[in-house]
Design a protein around this ligand. Sequence first.
Ligand code: 5GP
Ligand code: ZN
Length: 148
Amino acid sequence: MSKSNRRSETPVEPECIFCKIVAGDLPSRRIYEDDHAIAFLDIAAWHRGHTLVVPKRHVTDMITGTPSLPEIASSIDAVARMLMHRLAADGMNIFSSARDIAGQEVFHMHVHVVPRYADEPGLDLLINRGVVPDGELESVYRQIQAGA
Ligand code: 5GP
Ligand code: ZN
């Protein structure tokens, strides 16, 4: 994405990977969809069931343009409760980074919904940058789908 597009608000951004996932032009393990948002498993999950909730329209971050966080608030709530229930999680972190200074890497607004489990507690263990095998993502995806 060019720098001029990093703070844009357009319905679709052709080079944006999350716009492509929303459109179905890139594959994802999609677990939720409504009028405003979709949710799919993060490809590099920090914890089992780590999910990204993204608005369907392209907006770069939660502090740019027409507010996107209120628009997808009910989607975030629904996804968090679904993951708690279907994965028997013990807790949950929800957060969103806005702009590169805050660590944002994909410039289509997204909210991380991260189920937490008693064996890896606390904020210090939230971000786990280990490699997640595709089979593990597939297994959690199936468990979530089975609860539908
Ligand atoms: P950020 O650092 O911008 O808050 O988070 C971006 C997240 O998007 C990261 O956790 C990263 O693993 C995830 N991600 C990046 N590319 C893809 C992708 O192509 N598919 C999926 N499912 N997740 C992605
Ligand atoms: Zn986008």
